[in-house]
Design a protein around this ligand. Structure first.
Ligand SMILES: [Zn+2]
Length: 242
């Protein structure tokens, strides 16, 4: 993901379900959220948000990693891609969830490209100096929702996969609320708890499309070389109502 809180906003319910199945979870952000403030220095807010991200990740026993890029300045270039490749080599992910290719913020689009490229290449022996772990291969790749479920031109995104997070919504909310610096800022700005409310609105909207109270939506990357069977759908099949 690009920033601390993006994973909690768009896929934490699914991460909770994966953790419950025994999956090892890693949450990675490209930047530490250094522009997410109106009052603090870049360094102070980065330290605070890193701690918030670590706390949220700990709720699903996840490791939190940051590539130490800067908010608003995340780019698809050789040094950043190499950092991604090196991290992928250490983690050897079998399932990757990242931002969609088109989203309201360019940081998200850059991260989408970086994650897609690293997924494709990391298992090639010469892609990184980091030793290749056994079982490394092109992982399942899914794009989470863009903000509000619409692309930058306002067109609704059609998901390939809905994951029911009705039972995980409370914990997802607690994870998102770990990002207190962002919640306080939006609360002061809007006068409502918009931070948590907007997440719940999207979960309810996606849930409504599948007859669930709350869901997270994904589009699976099914291009050449990537696994094409819908892993998330087979792990979390929609429950049939009696
Ligand atoms: Zn973001």
């Amino acid at each position: 993901m690009a920033h601390p809180d993006d994973a909690e906003l768009f896929c934490a319910g699914t991460l909770i379900r994966l953790a419950d199945l025994g999956w090892e979870i890693h949450i990675v952000t490209a930047a530490p959220g250094d522009c997410g403030t109106t009052t603090e220095t870049r360094w102070a807010i980065s330290a605070r948000r890193t701690e918030e991200a670590r706390k949220a990740a700990s709720l699903v026993a996840a490791s939190y990693h940051c590539l130490d890029e800067h908010d608003g300045l995340i780019v698809y270039d050789r040094p950043t891609l190499q950092k991604c490749l090196d991290l992928f080599r250490r983690v050897a992910p079998s399932l990757v969830i990242t931002h969609p290719a088109k989203d309201y913020m360019i940081d998200h689009e850059m991260v989408s490209l970086l994650a897609r490229a690293a997924s494709f290449l990391y298992a090639a022996p010469n892609a990184s100096e980091v030793p290749l772990r056994k079982g490394s291969r092109v992982p399942y790749l899914y794009y989470c929702d863009p903000a509000e479920g619409v692309d930058p031109l306002g067109h609704p995104v059609e998901p390939t996969t809905l994951v029911d997070v009705t039972r995980q919504l409370d914990k997802k909310t607690v994870m998102l609320a770990c990002h207190a610096s962002q919640r306080e800022w939006l609360r002061a700005h809007h006068g409502t708890d918009e931070y948590l409310d907007s997440m719940k609105r999207l979960a309810a909207m996606r849930g409504g499309q599948g007859g669930m109270a709350a869901a997270e939506a994904f589009v699976q990357h099914r291009g050449h070389a990537y696994p094409r069977d819908d892993l998330l759908a087979s792990l979390f099949p929609a429950e049939k109502s009696a």
